[in-house]
Design a protein around this ligand. Structure first.
Ligand SMILES: NC(=O)c1ccc[n+]([C@@H]2O[C@H](COP(=O)([O-])OP(=O)(O)OC[C@H]3O[C@@H](n4cnc5c(N)ncnc54)[C@H](OP(=O)(O)O)[C@@H]3O)[C@@H](O)[C@H]2O)c1
Length: 322
């Protein structure tokens, strides 16, 4: 089978399209013919081999040599202990920690998969797992979004933000989005009431206050973010600079001690809310935003684009077609 492989850490140029052996499922796994896979920050980190990823996944060279975690495809074979799925089922899910999705076939434990609704394309399904889970678990799980709240999404034009804005709209929130100018028209068309171009304005210095801030970039001081919260406001960070995330961890108890404001980090629970996403999708309430058309051989180029951050919504690779 064809797969995009890397044997040393580096930029997108270390990714190579190769012919390798097709995998076989373990007893608790299924073999999936991959139809689509999307790109995430959790492919970018292991590709470059930052310290945390080297400690986890190979000090000198990557132990997992095929990236790609958010996959959608059709089950081709089932291990003898796997009872949830059967050959022919169309599934999707987040295989982070295992990866292997930049390939024509991948094996995965059944517990990391959900059935894909027939009305959802494989590309739409591959766009969902990590980004939509972070949006749902951030807004609903961590921040307990309530109807009519005034909320701010920082870094709204990428994967997480484009799901978050649709969920916020479902709750009737008044949403302010922060991103670069080229993404603001799209975000307005998706329901943003106010837009902030971060190259021109710092949302923490405008004097506006929000019930809830969901932050994908975490690039401002946590004290400044707390000032942009209403007295009972909640700030939830999804990701961003490690220094700021550590600050969130240590500063949060102090801010809560001296005010009713809360600071929290969203820890991804992979695949937990895929069934909920299926319901929203089938009801026409949420639709993944997909940027461009890429094939397996375009993975290095798509990774390069992901690194630049210019994409709107999700970058998705189409691997197979019927
Ligand atoms: N918490 C967990 O368990 C967990 C798990 C997985 C991933 N993550 C994290 O979740 C995040 C994934 O986000 P994503 O997929 O939505 O990323 P993304 O697709 O790259 O989107 C990020 C957006 O932020 C914008 N942006 C860049 N600089 C900005 C700034 N200074 N201010 C405001 N916006 C800015 C980007 O646009 P421009 O570049 O055009 O400006 C882009 O639209 C990552 O931080 C990742 O590490 C967390």
């Amino acid at each position: 089978m064809k797969a995009v492989v890397y044997t040393k850490y580096g930029g997108p140029e270390v990714l190579q399209l190769k012919e390798i052996e097709k995998p076989s499922p373990q007893d608790d796994e299924v073999l999936i013919k991959v139809y689509a896979v999307s790109i995430n920050d959790w492919d970018w980190g292991p590709l470059h081999g930052d310290t945390v990823n080297r400690l986890l996944y190979g000090l000198l060279k990557p132990k997992k040599q095929i990236l790609g975690s958010d996959i959608a495809g059709r089950i081709e074979a089932v291990g003898k202990n796997e009872t949830r799925f059967k050959p022919g089922d169309e599934v999707y899910g987040d295989l982070s920690g295992k990866w292997g999705g930049f390939a024509e076939y991948v094996c995965a434990p059944g517990k990391s998969l959900a059935l894909k609704p027939a009305s959802m394309t494989f590309e739409e399904a591959a766009a969902i797992p990590q980004a939509a889970m972070l949006a749902v678990q951030g807004l609903i799980g961590k921040a307990k979004i309530k109807p009519g709240q005034k909320i701010l999404l920082n870094g709204a034009g990428g994967g997480v933000g484009t799901f978050a804005i649709q969920i916020a709209k479902l709750y009737g929130a008044e949403t302010t989005v922060v991103d670069s100018l080229p993404k603001l028209d799209m975000l307005r068309s998706m329901g943003a009431v106010h837009t902030i171009d971060y190259t021109k304005e710092d949302f923490t210095k405008s004097g506006e206050q929000y019930d809830l801030i969901l932050d994908v970039k975490t690039n401002r001081s946590l004290f400044d973010c707390a000032r942009a919260l209403k007295p009972n406001g909640i700030y939830a960070t999804v990701g961003g600079s490690m220094a700021r995330l550590l600050q969130a961890l240590f500063v949060a108890p102090w801010i809560s001690l001296f005010s009713k404001k809360k600071i929290g980090i969203v820890a991804l629970k992979p695949n937990k809310d895929l069934v909920y996403m299926n319901e929203l999708f089938e009801a026409g309430k949420v639709k993944p935003v997909i940027d461009g058309h890429y094939r397996l051989e375009d993975v290095p180029e798509a990774m390069r684009l992901f690194g630049k951050g210019d994409h709107k919504g999700k970058l998705v690779i189409s691997v197979a077609h019927d």
